[in-house]
Design a protein around this ligand. Structure first.
Ligand SMILES: Nc1ncnc2c1ncn2[C@@H]1O[C@H](COP(=O)(O)OP(=O)(O)O)[C@@H](O)[C@H]1O
Ligand SMILES: [Mg+2]
Length: 672
């Protein structure tokens, strides 16, 4: 993983065991070491379950990164869940210690913080990725400030966790070597369920009309399948909420999302669906689970209960009576899987006997194979019963989605609505922004709508960043400030993760392309990228839907599909690398377009300026001004010369500055 010197959003978690000194009074040092060591490795395993990376073991604790070596779109959330799990894991361990040694104060404190960090590799033989930056220091400090058994998160993390977690403000904490105080929060837990959907639905008229037909069909007793396919944040879940509100009363609604982090049990979403139908709470005792399962499933299935209970019990991870267990105990994995599928189908069909059933699986691109196969297996129920199977997914050809989709379209096309969600229209996006911010001035509103390019999540986040930059007070007029032009954190996480998922070559190409511009001639890319596989890597970017072909004639030009993806790619480059790449782009443009240089003067100047090659930048800006003046485009000429003047001033080249000022004066002097 030879990634040197890149910037990316990371979330840092520090966890430190407290109370091990009391152990030292009772036990020999090597015994204490073994006990603490076991606890530390349990914490590490927890971190790894959520896709984190344990960077260091420091005394009685760990330092872990989420987002290293590669970013996930939900790193802050993963870190928060890992932190909560660590508290639970250590509490359990502490109970054992208390039972064994009578020592009660064994505990852990956890600090979590997010921020941009330089990620590189250090070490010779066994290089380890490291993330350096302010975020790490702050996380360590937050951990030290946490009370035993609690988690303290910094403001930057808290902002990501939003409504899905319970956060109590605990004030500001000072961090050594840092003038600004850090606002911090105690992470108390996760909230159940989804955040309430916003009231409005903008646009999506045709999609809603299609869903109406689907609902009508379902209510007439005909099984249906709906596939919602679209990018993150485009509005799949929102439409699902809409569908739910359209469904008739008496419809059984079953819904679950597929989590992005692995390490979960097989069939997790299906197990959760069953659990919530049974009314089982988190952490409920096994006997209670068994009782509920028997009572509710028995009421539904009557004498067929013993047929399904063993497999469904397995799904719920509860042990049943020996005679029931015996039915599945010796089955090989394959047979067990089909037994489970059969039991689940039986349950769903029995539900559908009583009225329409909707089973919605969200974000199936994260699903593991077992989940996808069970979903596929449920398809045939739609042939016989009023079951509506809904799946939401990103257009990810490499995930389990693709197979499910092909199967659905091949065999169930007659009862399937495939709803491809594209960007909202500009008017719908503006309307949505007006709902979010009735008082936003026109210029700011246009700025946000332009940048969001029809993605409502980006719109919300861009607006959120604006509110943060300009004070979070509600009924005030916001205007775009400079800070609001940086990527909002949630969007950054999402998009950097998307770039990080690319294979190395394609990822580096995307970075170089981002420097060339939103739209870039492939010829320039070939010259600048130090790679022989530009065509192959570009094809990867096409397939990942990050870049698209714009035109092939007169020469191949491509474009980032979304401006914010380009920005995300740029955000991963260090200042030094950025500067170097701009320089290379500038000289590539000079070479390649030598015959028609006049058309590229401003662009070349821009790249030279970014590469800090000020003499060249000045030269091109002056020429660009001259060219515009010759065409009598005075506004443009003035703009270029003013820039030239700034560059000259920056170089401290007084003669040049005077020269440029003289030309500017000719504009004023000449008759209009
Ligand atoms: N048509 C719409 N009208 C109003 N708000 C929308 C619309 N589509 C999406 N949103 C909002 O945008 C955000 C992202 O949408 P969501 O449905 O979560 O995206 P996805 O599930 O595709 O990732 C949510 O807050 C959602 O309520
Ligand atoms: Mg969603």
């Amino acid at each position: 993983m030879a990634r040197t010197d890149e910037l990316r959003p990371v979330t840092v978690l520090f966890a430190d065991i407290v109370g091990s000194t009391a152990l030292g009074e009772r036990l020999a040092p090597d015994e204490v070491k073994a006990l603490v060591g076991e606890c530390v490795s349990r914490m590490s395993r927890t971190v790894e379950e959520f896709g984190g990376f344990v960077q260091a073991y420091a005394g009685d604790g760990i330092c872990a990164y989420f987002g290293v070596p590669a970013a996930h779109e939900d790193d802050p959330e993963r870190a928060a869940r890992a932190a909560l799990r660590i508290i639970a894991v250590v509490a359990e361990y502490a109970r054992d210690i208390e039972a064994a040694w009578g020592i009660a104060d064994f505990d852990v404190r956890v600090g979590v913080n997010s921020g941009q960090a330089a990620v590189g590799t250090v070490g010779g033989a066994d290089p380890q990725p490291v993330a350096l930056g302010d975020a790490t220091n702050v996380a360590a400090r937050l951990q030290a400030a946490a009370a035993p058994g609690s988690i303290v998160v910094g403001d930057s993390t808290a902002r990501h966790l939003g409504k899905r977690f319970l956060l109590d403000p605990i004030g500001e904490i000072s961090v050594k070597g840092r003038s600004k105080l850090v606002t911090s929060w105690r992470l108390a837990g996760a909230t159940e369920g989804r955040p309430a959907a916003s009231g409005v639905l903008v646009g999506r008229g045709p999609e809603v009309a299609r869903l109406r037909v689907v609902v009508h069909e379902l209510e007439s007793g005909r099984g249906q399948v709906v596939l919602f396919i679209g990018d993150a944040g485009i509005g799949k879940s929102r439409l699902l909420v809409e569908l739910r509100s359209m469904a008739a009363e008496g419809t059984t609604w079953l819904e679950q999302h597929c989590p992005s982090y692995g390490g979960e049990l097989l069939y997790w979403p299906f197990a959760e669906i069953l659990r919530s139908w049974l009314g089982i709470q988190d952490g409920e005792a096994e006997i209670a689970v068994r009782t509920k399962a028997r009572a509710k499933l028995g009421g539904l299935l009557g004498p067929r209960l013993p047929d399904v209970l063993p497999a469904l019990g397995r799904l719920l991870s509860v042990k049943l009576e020996p005679e029931l267990e015996a039915r599945i105990r010796d089955l090989p994995p394959d047979a067990l899987a089909s037994e489970l599928h059969r039991a689940y189908r039986t349950w769903i069909e029995a539900l559908a006997d009583r009225g329409p059933v909707v089973l919605a699986l969200e974000d199936i691109h994260y699903a593991d194979r077992s989940t996808r196969e069970l979903a596929e297996d449920l398809l045939e129920v739609t042939d016989r019963a009023p079951l509506l199977l809904v799946v939401t997914s990103r257009p990810d050809a490499s995930s389990e989605t693709a197979r499910l989709r092909l199967r659905v379209l091949a065999e169930y096309a007659h009862r399937t609505a495939e709803v491809m969600l594209g960007p909202l229209s500009e008017s719908a996006a503006s309307a949505y922004l007006r709902v979010l911010a009735p008082d936003l001035d026109d210029a700011s509103s246009r700025f946000i709508v332009d940048r969001a390019e029809g993605n409502p999540l980006y719109l919300e986040e861009l607006f959120g960043a604006l509110v943060e930059a300009g004070g979070a007070e509600k009924r005030q007029t916001w205007t775009v400030s400079v800070r609001a032009t940086t990527l909002p954190p949630a969007v950054e996480n999402l998009l950097v993760a998307r770039i990080d998922r690319l294979p190395e070559g394609a990822r580096r190409l995307a970075q170089v392309a981002a420097v060339v511009g939103r739209t870039f001639p492939v010829r320039v890319l070939e010259r600048v990228a130090d790679s022989n596989d530009v065509a192959d890597d570009l094809a990867v970017l096409f397939r990942a839907d990050i870049v698209r072909e714009l035109r092939r004639y007169p020469e191949l030009e491509c474009s980032f599909r979304h401006g914010l993806v380009q920005e995300a790619a740029l955000s991963t480059l260090t200042a030094a690398r950025l500067q170097e790449l701009h320089g290379r782009v500038a000289s590539a443009l000079e070479d390649l377009f030598a015959a028609s240089l006049d058309d590229y003067l401003e662009l070349i100047a821009h790249h030279y300026a970014r590469s800090q090659n000020f003499p060249k930048a000045l030269d091109y800006l002056e020429r660009a001004g001259d060219k515009a003046a010759a065409l009598d485009a005075r506004g443009q000429a003035a703009e270029q010369w003013r820039r030239a003047q700034k560059v000259a001033a920056r170089m401290g080249d007084e003669a040049a500055e005077q020269r440029v000022l003289a030309r500017l004066a000719t504009l004023d002097a000449a008759p209009a």
